[in-house]
Design a protein around this ligand. Structure first.
Ligand code: 1PR
Length: 541
């Protein structure tokens, strides 16, 4: 099998990159020291986290001259995500840290006054009528970053680079660059489905270089960031001891009637693959009984991730049990160590539920001060905020008037059982079993301050009802934070997805039962969104 060399310097989900490389027919050799770089013919520099962290690690390990030497020798080189950013002179993320300076220019942060940052999701990498490693203007690629190089027509081209761009909320940024033996992408090809695999193949086979920069006759440039449709798999062990996908009604996952066995809707890896092939933009696994089972003993969940990441080339999120814990033998294990196990097994993001609520309570009790020791802070510091999702399980609490409580209330179009005109949303922990005196706005603001990159906003009242998303809840949370919000709970038909995108600022929408019960496919949902004129990514076979 032909091979490619991958730099082993960085924590993060490199397993997916290895899987993607193997999928297109190559094997991976690891570079573990600067001396190894000389033996690489083709070299890939993956990157996650901070610009400064990435460059700092490369410099500390002595890689910078070796990588520069590889590139100057004219050998094929690919940078991914922060691996693209490293090619520039510097970044406002870490102003004192120099990059390789191969591309003249400095990165800056997306403007978040009118849009969510990080920029997470599927966007274009459009090289116009130039050819760039088989990137196609009609395809979408998976991005996750807060810093970008702003595109100015002709500037990088003047330095000899062929450039592909994306547009996000009025800002046009560099999605990929290529020149001679070098190609780099801001997006993750290993997470960009078939479109990303095509690019990897073009780099590995060397065909990309041969066609680089030549004019092609592709279709007209397409729009910006798509609306994301996420398939969610609640996973737990059933009474027979099998790991199954289940689904509750307002979080009750047991069948009605006698026996009350856990609903079994299928096998996690099989369903994940099915939804990927239907065009799901992401797949989320929630280990819903992790508060009982020690996650370290939860090897099956790690195995689910390993196997899913072999055939699912879109981002995978894993939630459940991510908190400081004590293993069965008494060893203390930090949330960061647990997250690391998940990332190494193929997860791109971890989702934190109960622990985030408790951390938010402490944050407010401490007058809004951070001490750097929460799971969210530790994981986002190590892997970047985009790797940390906070999953919220709120419940409606009705009140007769706006100021009947200290919590953030809203006037609801769906009055309470006693005709109450207002409500607030109380956070819960342990899968909805315990309600806390913390509202969803307090939680959202606290976890954003701690460095969470995204909110997965469930709603216990709507879960499994097929009654549509709680638009009032989504509106309230969107207004409170800048980070992306995933609407969840209540999807019953494709119209509900269109509704949440058209009537709220939701960045993504998640469905579970609608897909597991076979009522609609992900493709049907996306076709409907496209018919409504919403930007979506279609599955490429
Ligand atoms: O608290 O960090 O250990 O994480 C536990 C995780 O497990 C949390 O993310 C929590 O939301 C989840 N969880 C715990 N118990 C349940 C349960 O259902 N009994 N599931 C549970 C959460 C809700 C959504 C569901 C949507 C869409 N499930 O994930 O997929 O509501 O459903 P629908 O489209 O069918 O309406 P920690």
């Amino acid at each position: 099998m032909p091979h490619v060399y991958l730099l082993d310097y960085v924590a993060g989900n490199v397993r997916s990159l290895v899987n993607a490389i193997e999928k297109v027919g190559y094997s991976v050799e690891w570079i573990r020291s600067p001396e190894d770089v000389a033996k690489a013919d083709k070299l890939i520099l993956p990157g996650v986290g901070h610009f400064g962290h990435c460059m700092g690690q490369l410099a500390a390990a002595g890689y910078v001259p070796a990588i520069r030497g590889h590139i100057e020798a004219g050998k094929p080189f690919m940078g991914i995500c922060v691996g693209l950013q490293a090619l520039f002179e510097g970044s406002s993320e870490d102003p004192g840290v120099p990059g390789f300076g191969l591309v003249k220019g400095r990165l800056d942060r997306f403007d978040d006054t009118e849009k969510s940052v990080p920029h997470i999701g599927w966007n274009s990498a459009n090289a116009g009528r130039r050819s760039l490693y088989d990137l196609r203007p009609e395809s979408k690629y998976y991005y996750v970053h807060s810093y970008k190089y702003p595109y100015v027509a002709g500037e990088l081209e003047g330095q000899g680079w062929t450039v592909a761009t994306g547009t996000y909320g009025g800002e046009t940024f560099v999605g990929a660059v290529a020149k001679e033996n070098v190609v780099a992408t801001q997006f993750h090809p290993e997470k960009s489905g078939v479109a990303g695999l095509r690019l990897l193949k073009s780099f590995l086979s060397g065909e990309g270089i041969q066609t680089l920069g030549q004019a092609t006759h592709g279709p007209a440039p397409t729009g910006g960031l798509t609306r994301r449709v996420i398939a969610c798999l609640d996973v737990r062990t059933n009474d027979e001891g099998d790991l199954v996908v289940t689904k509750g009604d307002q979080y009750d996952v047991r069948e009605k009637g006698d026996g009350r066995s856990v609903r079994n809707l299928g096998k996690p890896v099989e369903l994940a693959r099915r939804y990927y092939e239907q065009g799901a933009d992401e797949v989320t696994f929630l280990n819903i009984t992790s508060f009982r089972d020690c996650p370290l003993a939860d090897v099956p969940m790690l195995e689910v991730l390993r196997r899913a990441s072999e055939s699912v080339f879109v981002p995978l999120t894993i939630g459940g049990g991510i908190r400081d814990t004590v293993d069965v033998d008494g060893t203390e294990v930090s949330a960061l160590e647990i997250a690391t196990m998940y990332f190494k097994s193929g997860a791109d993001k971890v989702s934190i539920g109960s622990d985030a609520v408790l951390a938010a309570e402490e944050y407010h009790a401490a007058g809004g001060n951070l001490f750097g020791n929460t799971a969210i802070e530790q994981i986002s510091r190590a892997y970047g905020s985009q790797a940390v999702v906070v999953s919220v399980d709120p419940k409606r609490v009705y009140v007769p008037k706006a100021d009947a409580t200290r919590h953030s209330t809203l006037k609801t179009a769906f009055p309470g059982p006693k005709g109450e005109s207002h409500c607030w949303y109380a956070c819960t922990i342990k899968g909805g079993r315990e309600t806390r005196d913390l509202d969803v706005v307090e939680l959202a603001r606290a976890v954003e301050a701690m460095g969470a990159g995204e909110l997965l906003l469930n709603c216990i009242d709507r879960d499994g009802t097929s009654a549509g998303f709680d638009l009032e809840l989504v509106d309230q949370v969107k207004a409170a934070v800048r980070i992306p919000v995933i609407a969840s709970s209540g999807a019953g038909n494709p119209g509900h997805f269109a509704e949440v995108f058209e009537r709220t600022g939701a960045d993504a929408a998640l469905g579970a039962g609608i897909f597991h019960r076979g009522e609609y496919t992900v493709k049907q949902v996306k076709d409907h969104l496209a018919e409504r004129g919403l930007e979506v990514r279609m599955f490429e076979g």
